[in-house]
Design a protein. Structure first.
Lengths: 287, 266
């Protein structure tokens, strides 16, 4: 769409800029301030430069949780994006059933994060939960509180349960936007259903999938509450992800300087990876 | 082919609903029954867990607090995002692309990063433990998202409509309220749904920025854990009650959301 040039439009965006400046820029500057100083009390601050950054980069707490975080986010994307597309393809296109499916799919999205943790905490227990009980009845020695592999499995399953719907709803909306003429042309050409998917549906889904991938990446990379409620980051540290490691450092031990440096590095990684996804997925659009 | 689709979808829906069913059934059981063995239907159907919540102000105030700050957040997000999204969809201005990208970067900021500075900033300006404080903090991730979604919907409305309205003598505010907003009502419905969702489910910031008077339900729920063990029944009932407002919201915006999704602009 050709847009008209008008700098008066700044007045329309001004409220957003002011609001976000208050709730993002000021706090972010405070974090930067923490990360370059050693603060003893309000009046005693020593400028330490990049010391905290060097300390935190060689800190195993950051390194270990960073590795876990990347494995987790990678697994989440690899499972949820294909599964979400598959669910969207299976959904009825019109009629009352499509509304009902939409509503049911939206249901897990509206469960508060800590309740998601609680639901799976109960559901996975061998004594009072259906899921844990069933697995143990089948002869598997499943216990998410004691066995790291089981804990990982449960955290992943919980995330798939909670968020695949988001991808499915986005993909569904993308599929609905494809005009019928495309399908008619494909059926005249006797295209197989795989060809329809590969050459018609998938390319048309690209823009909504970009949103889906970005949102899922960001949110899985910031995950805190669900594993905190379910396993408390354990057993050991096996499900301690970045946000929990950071919160432990900042609020638990009150190491403000290192926590500030940790925060900046954390934020920069998310920005970098999101930018990579964005560039990779929009590459070729401008050609 | 169609049978396979229906079967696959049914299995997925079963996977979604089973944990919720388990929570719902548990909320009607007494703790003895919960710990006494697995039952698919409560033997001894009881509302005692719900009574505990509805007769204790420190319990049900948690729900009121949560609903209050989530509604505030929805209203603030929409009010500031609507004109901004209009500007991004209709005009070119100095720094527009940079500004749009900068807004989106705020959606990428982990709440854990902002925990301490928010706490200090809000304490110093008197916003700590207020509903408006939590609502403003949640704007951090909801406003960029609202601008993003609304911009998509607005770009789908032809420019000619704006121009015709101006030729007919409409002023900008009148045009915006009378003509433009009704045209993108589905978009507003979808945006409201997403703002509600992300604000309602967030716990970390809401818990850190409140202590007593604006304490969210998610933080109140932690008190089911005591020295004598976990009160599973009440925990399950509280969990069920946190899902209900969301179901109400979906029910009210269902047509908008279905239409918004059907238009393929989310």
């Amino acid at each position: 769409m050709n847009k008209s040039r008008s700098n008066k439009a700044w007045f329309l965006v001004l409220p957003v800029v002011l609001l976000v400046a208050f709730s993002a820029v000021v706090p972010l500057m405070t974090v930067v301030n923490y990360s370059i100083q050693d603060i003893f009390d309000v009046n005693t601050r020593i400028y330490v430069g990049t010391e905290w950054y060097r300390e935190i980069l060689s800190d195993p707490r950051l390194q270990d949780s960073l590795v876990r975080q990347f494995i987790f986010s990678g697994a989440v994307l690899l499972i949820e994006i294909p599964l979400g597309i598959a669910v969207a393809l299976m959904m009825p296109k019109t009629g009352n059933w499509s509304v009902v499916t939409l509503l049911v799919l939206a249901l897990p999205l509206l469960v508060p994060l800590n309740v998601v943790g609680t639901i799976w905490q109960i559901f996975g227990r061998a004594d009072i939960g259906l899921f844990g009980w069933a697995l143990n009845e089948m002869g598997m020695n499943y216990n998410y509180a004691a066995n790291p592999m089981d804990a990982w499995f449960t955290v992943l399953l919980m995330d798939v349960w909670h968020w695949t719907s988001l991808v499915a709803l986005l993909a569904y909306s993308g599929l609905r936007a494809i005009p019928d003429a495309y399908y008619q042309a494909a059926s005249i050409d006797r295209a197989s259903s795989w060809a329809v998917f590969r050459y018609i549906q998938l390319p048309k889904l690209k823009s909504v999938l970009l949103i889906g991938v970005l949102l899922r990446f960001m949110d899985s990379f910031m995950i805190y509450t669900e594993p905190f409620v379910l396993t408390g980051g354990g057993p050991g540290n096996s499900t301690t992800f970045l946000s929990q490691a950071l919160t432990k450092m900042a609020v638990g031990q009150f190491d403000i300087g290192p926590a500030g440096a940790f925060s900046i590095i954390y934020f920069l990684i998310i920005l970098l990876v999101s930018w990579l996804f964005y560039t990779a997925m929009t590459h070729g659009d401008s050609k | 082919m169609n049978k396979r689709k229906t079967l696959g979808l049914s299995l997925y829906i079963l996977f979604l609903l089973l944990p919720l069913y388990w929570l719902l059934m548990m909320s009607f059981k007494s703790n003895q029954e919960i710990l006494g063995g697995l039952t698919f239907w409560p033997n001894d159907f009881t509302f005692a867990n719900y009574t505990t919540i509805f007769t204790d102000a420190s319990w049900y105030m948690g729900y009121i607090n949560s609903i209050y700050y989530v509604s505030l957040n929805m209203v603030i997000s929409l009010i500031v995002a609507l004109p901004a999204a209009y500007a991004f969809s209709r005009f070119r201005f100095i720094g527009d692309n940079h500004l749009f990208f900068w807004l989106l970067t705020n959606r990428m900021a982990p709440p854990a990063v902002f925990l301490l500075p928010f706490f200090q900033l809000y304490s110093s300006v008197g916003l700590f433990d207020t509903h408006i404080g939590v609502a403003l903090a949640h704007c951090l991730f909801n406003v960029p998202l609202a601008v993003w979604i609304l911009e998509g919907f607005m770009s789908g409305v032809p420019r000619e409509i704006d121009e015709t309205a101006y030729i007919d003598g409409y002023s900008f505010p009148k045009f915006f309220m009378k003509i433009f907003i009704p045209l993108i009502s589905s978009g507003i419905g979808v945006t409201a749904f997403f703002c509600f969702m992300f604000s309602w489910i967030e716990l970390l910031l809401a818990r850190t920025l409140t202590s007593v008077s604006a304490k969210p339900i998610a933080a109140v729920m932690t008190r089911t854990v005591s020295a004598s063990g976990i009160d599973w029944g009440v925990l399950a009932a509280a969990g069920v009650l946190t899902i209900l407002p969301g179901m109400l919201v979906i029910w009210f915006v269902r047509n908008h959301v279905a239409k918004g999704f059907a238009l393929g602009r989310v």
